[in-house]
Structure formats: C-alpha cells, structure tokens
Design a protein around this ligand. Structure first.
Ligand SMILES: [Zn+2]
Length: 572
C-alpha cells in the first residue's frame, strides 16, 4: 500500500476533529443544525489553517444522504466521495490560475443547474482576491440572486483586495493561525495513533517552524519521520530544520553574558559543521532574548506555555534588562544584514561579536557567581522577588561610568539641608518671646534652604527664589533683588513671603527690598542662581560621564558617531 501523507491521512472529516477555529465552527454548526445557512462565506487566513477542510466538511454536511446536519454520517456515497475528493457537486477553483472573465462565466454558467448528485452545489474559490474586475462583476450578479441550491465559500489571504460589493454579500470569518500548543498537541495525538515514538520538544520545534499552519506542520512531521527513521527526536528535527537546539542556544547566550569570545566562536564553528541555517539560529536567538526580557520585566507573567529551563532563569539575574534590549536589537540587525555578509557564518559571528563589544565591560559575573550570590535563587514562582531591574541597571551604570567614585558623591545634592534648628527653636508660642533670636534663625547661610520650605504659589515663589538675603535686624528683613526682577517685589508677594516666614519662624517680619548692587555688594546667592549653578554642574557631570563611558566610546567609534551634548540629561 502506498504511503499516504499525514496531512491527507489525518485531514479532519468532521467538525469535531478540526483543530482551532472554534468561532467559525460554531457559526457553521449552528447554521447547519438550524437550517439557516448563509449562501456565501468568506474565509480569510494564511495557508494551511483549514479553509479547504472546512469547505469539504460543509459540502458533506449539506449533501449527506442521511440529511443536512453538522454531523454527516461519513459512510454514505456522498460522504465518502467528498472525503476522497471526487464529489461532483463540490467545485474547487483556484482563482489564481483562473482569473479571466471567461473562466468565471463558464463557472457561473453552471451555477443555475441543479446539483447532479447532492442537494447543494458548493463552490470553493481559493485566492478569490485574484479575480479580475470583470470576473467580480460576473460573480456579483450571481451573489445578488443566488439559486437556492448553491453555497459559495471564498478563501483569501488578502481580503482587502476584494470589492466592497462582494464583501458585503458574504459572511466573513477570519481563520486564525493555529496556536503552537494546539499544533504540537495534535501532532502528538497523531503520532500516538501511528505508534511512532517522539520527544515533546521536537514537536514544539516543528510547531514553531510551521508558524500557525497545520498543513505545514504535518508535512514537516512527515519529513521528520522519514529523516529519523521511525522516531521523532529534537536532535533530528533541529538538524532537519537547520535550527539550533535549546541547550546550545543557551550556551551561546551564556557566553555572551560571560563575555567569552572564545566560546562564541567555538559554538559558531559547531553550528557551521552541523549545517545549521544561521538565519534560523538568529530567529531562535531573538525568541530567546524576547523571553529573557519578558521574564525580567514582567516577572509575574504566566509562562505555562513554555517550560523555561533553569539556565534561562539564572541568565535573568546575570544580565541587565538594557543589555538584553541591546542584544535583541543587534540580533535583529544581524538578521537583516545576513544576506549582505560575505557568508552566513561570518555574518552570524559578526553579530555575536557586536553584542560583545557593546556590553558594559564589568557587568558579567559568571553564571556560577551569579547563582551563589546572597540574593535568593529565583524559580518561576519567585521571580517577583528579583531585585528591581532598574536598580541593578543603575548600579551597573555607576560602576561603569566612575568605578572609583559613585555618582552621588560628585553631584551636589539638589535638596538643601532642612533647617531643623529653625523648626526646633521656633515652637508655636507667642512670637515676642523669640524676637531676639529671629536673626539667629534666619541667616545668609540658611536663607535658600529656609525658603525652599515655604508654601508659596507661583509668583511669590519666583520672588523668593530671586531674592538674596542681605540682613535681618530687629525683625526687619532686608532682601536684595536684581534690577531685572524688581517687578517681582510687589506688595502682594512681599506680604505672602512675610506670612509664610512668620508661620515658619514664629516671628513677624517686615520685608525691605533693595536692588542688587545699589548699596551692598556682599549679598548671599539667591535660590535661583544656586539652582542654576547646580543644574550646570550636574549637566557637566553628566556630559563627562557620557564622554568617558566605554560603551558610548565604542559606539561612537564603531559608527563614526557624534555626541549631541544638548541632548544629555542628568539623572535626577
Ligand atoms: Zn453521509
């Protein structure tokens, strides 16, 4: 007996056997059972998701000699003929090869004739969007007044190319890609029935490669069975697909994290010897990095679909989230540039080396040390306890930028010291008992820090920030203000400031204003100038950090880049 390919042997013969597409099945089953079936259906979706299969089961359901139902008997002559693909009243047309209007006319001329064997004629027009405009017009006439014995099933990968007049006369269904687990489960059940041994991750690899198409998955499975002489193993499947096995992939990422260039080149050599397809390997690498980033940034995510190996969880601890993003980006570019490389292997190696060169130098700790760190080893359930990634990135950056001095020590603290003394010595008592000490409480030294504590609105805040302390004598506070800001010293603003100072110090102060430079030159700085100076200092510091950053240096050298200083912003 000749070998029947799996896709044909295991083609679903009843709606109950169809994998996925539940939304379409329900509509068809309900329509059939209630005998209220629309006359035209449009199935959009990629190849191998079940368009023809659904059409055949529908043709069977409509024409079964036992009567119209969603559960055709499968044994009568009509049913068997449909199953064998020789039922005369199921007319399958590939529009891609019959685009001419004459073809459509010929097809539609027969529409009015009653079915020769069954109750209904079922027209399945595949790739219907390929029809010409005049063909569509011919079709439209039939669709407007369809004979009662005709059902149309249109299939397309590109529904947007269909005229609206056609679309509006069809019941539309978007057939989805079949999910990875649905495919691998289906493959597993077929192999069990075929009594063929298999490894579960081999089926997952096939399902992933099939990209939502059951037909592709089944033909890959056919190949894998003959390739593996009877059993389906991950080794054989990886070799067959030219893809990379998970442990090997993890070794590569570990080598990247550990900055082990030697190991990377060895792995690349092995892949080449094993005849792997480097484009597929880069795909696998991208997918792994995506999972790594997901676990890092969304630790609570439910990963039931994938059994993440322990090494992957450990990798999350050893590499910061930004580096993962960078590696992903480089892998993506590497994949894009692969056709331009001298050969795929060198293109792949260059991608790995680029990932190495753009990593901050001291971040890697080997996986071993990472797992023995006091931080708790994480497993899937405990991932939410990982130290926040942002914090680790922050630490890493500080180490990179200024190994000898953490940033905090250099950047002047923006927040002034709170004037605790002022508060302590100013209990809410009668002001006059403290009048003598008012000049001790408010001095040139603590002026700026004192006013930051005041609750002032926009304009009075501007006034206070731009005023410098001159002297405080006998509850008369003299402030100086630069000529360009004199307009801020309105009575209203002075009163607001006085009120707030009184609240804070417990002393009623009268505020006097003089213009800066008019009498005394010896005035303390204003908060505004102080803040401006701090800002400049911070920006200088940030600029220095960027200019001295080894990752930035290698980036600018590699791409002949230039740092636009105005875009540098200090971290608050
Ligand atoms: Zn039947």
């Amino acid at each position: 007996m000749s070998y029947l390919v799996l896709a044909r042997k295991w083609r679903p013969k009843a709606f109950s056997e169809v994998v996925g597409q539940q939304h379409v099945l329900r509509a068809l089953i309900n329509g059939l059972d209630q005998d209220r079936l629309h006359h035209a259906f449009l199935f959009s979706g990629t190849r191998g998701v079940g368009k023809t299969t659904l059409a055949r089961i529908l043709a069977k359901s409509l024409n079964c000699e036992q009567g119209v139902s969603s559960q055709p008997c499968g044994e009568c002559q009509s049913c068997t003929e449909v199953d064998e693909g020789r039922f005369v009243d199921l007319i399958e047309v590939d529009a891609a090869s019959r685009t001419k209007v004459d073809d459509t006319r010929e097809l539609l001329d027969n529409v009015q004739y009653a079915p020769s064997r069954g109750r209904y004629k079922v027209y399945l027009i595949d790739e219907v969007h390929m029809l010409s405009t005049s063909s569509f017009n011919a079709l439209l006439k039939t669709l407007e007044e369809p004979p009662p014995h005709v059902k149309f099933l249109f299939a397309t990968t590109d529904p947007q190319k269909l005229p609206v007049t056609i679309l509006s006369r069809c019941l539309q269904f978007n057939l989805r890609r079949i999910e990875l687990t649905q495919i691998s489960d289906h493959l597993a059940s077929i192999l069990s029935k075929e009594k063929i041994e298999f490894e579960a991750n081999a089926l997952k690899a096939i399902a992933r490669a099939a990209d939502g198409s059951m037909r592709d998955a089944l033909s890959l499975l056919d190949q894998a069975i003959s390739f593996g002489s009877g059993a389906v193993t991950i080794n054989d499947v990886s070799t067959m697909l030219g893809s990379i096995e998970q442990p090997q992939l993890l070794q590569i990422v570990t080598a990247l994290v550990n900055q082990d260039g030697q190991m990377l080149l060895e792995q690349s050599h092995d892949l080449s010897v094993q005849g792997r397809d480097f484009n597929t390997v880069l795909d696998a690498l991208l997918s792994l990095l995506q999972r790594l980033a997901t676990i890092q940034l969304v630790p609570d995510i439910d990963l039931t679909d994938e059994d993440e190996p322990q090494t992957l969880i450990e990798l999350c601890n050893s590499v910061d989230a930004e580096t993962v993003q960078l590696m992903y980006q480089i892998a993506l570019h590497g994949k894009r540039d692969l056709p331009y490389a001298a050969d795929p292997k060198s293109g792949f190696e260059m991608t790995l080396l680029r990932m190495l060169s753009f990593q901050p130098k001291q971040v890697p700790k080997t996986i071993h040390t990472a797992t023995t760190l006091p931080k708790k080893p994480i497993n899937k359930l405990e991932t939410q306890k990982i130290e926040p990634v942002g914090k680790r990135v922050e630490q890493a950056k500080q180490e990179v930028i200024t190994p000898q001095a953490p940033i905090e020590e250099i950047i002047p603290d923006a927040k002034p010291e709170p004037a605790y003394q002022v508060r302590e010595s100013a209990p809410e008592q009668a002001p006059q008992t403290h009048q003598a000490s008012a000049s001790d409480m408010l001095t040139a030294e603590n002026w700026t820090s004192t006013i930051t504590q005041l609750k002032l609105a926009a304009m009075s805040r501007q006034f206070a920030n731009n005023a410098a302390f001159v002297k405080l004598e006998a509850n008369r506070l003299t402030l100086s203000i630069a000529p360009e800001h004199v307009s801020l010293a309105s009575d209203k603003n002075k009163e607001k400031l006085s009120t707030e100072l009184t609240k804070l110090l417990g002393v009623t102060l009268q505020i006097l204003i003089e213009e800066t430079g008019s009498e005394s030159n010896n005035v303390s700085p204003t908060l505004a100038t102080q803040q401006a100076e701090e800002k400049t200092a911070k920006h200088e510091q940030a600029k220095n950090s960027i200019h001295n950053d080894s990752a930035v240096i290698s980036l600018t050298e590699a791409f002949n880049g230039r740092i636009i200083e105005s875009t540098i912003k200090p971290i608050d």
